[in-house]
Design a protein around this ligand. Structure first.
Ligand code: ATP
Length: 245
């Protein structure tokens, strides 16, 4: 059984149906990628999975067998789900340390804040070197590390990441993907939305293909990587990654 089970998730914005009966699961210690073109509904799925967006009747969310459908967002956090949104949601005027401390707000995480902080700093040595630096003076990649580190301070079981490599240099991008592999090795499950399909499939264990709000394929990454349709749409026919933006 998956740790996070999303079943028949449908999302509407007024008359516009953005997601239609999508079912996805993420188990501990696995990286799962959602591939899809612009507007396919990827961010909507992550926001709904963080409890931030209402799902249509018939949709359900389960965390370790517990039904959390229709719970308020803070209960999604208490259940162990943490979202790093595309805009990163960090406090630019505050320091690295202050941003990380703000992530430790769930009851579950507060008691263990010093342990979690040590774990985050071990994952991101670059942050350990500069606890008092204001986040607005950091590079895009470092800011992304602060954003992920802050989410990790809630001691999540599942991390939802919306396009974490956006705007990063190839070097920082590689560093980011290495840190995702380290996070996976701590038994955390990661649901990843990534425009860089080639890198995402290279690191992920499994993936879902989302087209116009519907899951049209789901398989192990190796299988998706060699699927002709996936190669054409997301990897470029020569296998090089294309920017879908
Ligand atoms: P991208 O890769 O461009 O970020 P996405 O796959 O994450 O796209 P979503 O952001 O989930 O897609 O959007 C899915 C659909 O829902 C799109 O057609 C979008 O225009 C629409 N949509 C998203 N947010 C809203 C909103 N707040 N109000 C109305 N429509 C919305």
């Amino acid at each position: 059984m998956g740790m996070l089970e999303i079943r028949d998730l449908s999302i509407s914005y007024g008359q516009h149906r953005a997601v239609e009966k999508a079912s996805l699961r993420v188990a501990k210690g696995e990286i799962v990628v959602i591939l899809g073109a612009n507007g396919a509904g990827k961010s909507s799925i992550l926001r709904a999975a963080a409890g931030l967006l209402p799902a249509m009747p018939g949709s359900s969310f389960e965390m370790n067998g517990r039904d959390i459908t229709n719970c308020p967002p803070d209960e999604f956090v208490e259940a162990g789900i943490a979202l790093v949104p595309e805009d990163r949601a960090i406090f630019a005027e505050l320091t690295v340390q202050e941003n990380l401390k703000l992530g430790a707000y769930p009851k579950r995480a507060r008691k263990k804040a010093p342990d979690n902080l040590a774990r985050v700093l071990a994952l991101f040595p670059r942050l350990a070197e500069r606890p008092r630096q204001r986040v607005q003076t950091m590079s895009g990649g470092e800011q992304q590390m602060v954003a992920i580190g802050r989410a990790m301070m809630s001691a999540p079981a599942i991390l939802l990441l919306d396009e974490p490599s956006l705007g990063l240099s190839p070097l920082l991008c590689s560093e980011l993907f290495r840190s995702l592999a380290r996070i996976r090795s701590t038994e955390i499950g990661i649901l990843l939305v990534e425009q860089n399909a080639k890198r995402a499939l290279a690191i992920a264990d499994r993936g879902y293909v989302l087209e116009n709000g519907c899951v049209t394929a789901s398989d192990r990454s190796e299988v998706l990587s060699s699927d002709e349709r996936v190669r054409k749409a997301y990897l470029g026919s020569d296998g090089s990654s294309i920017n879908l933006r």
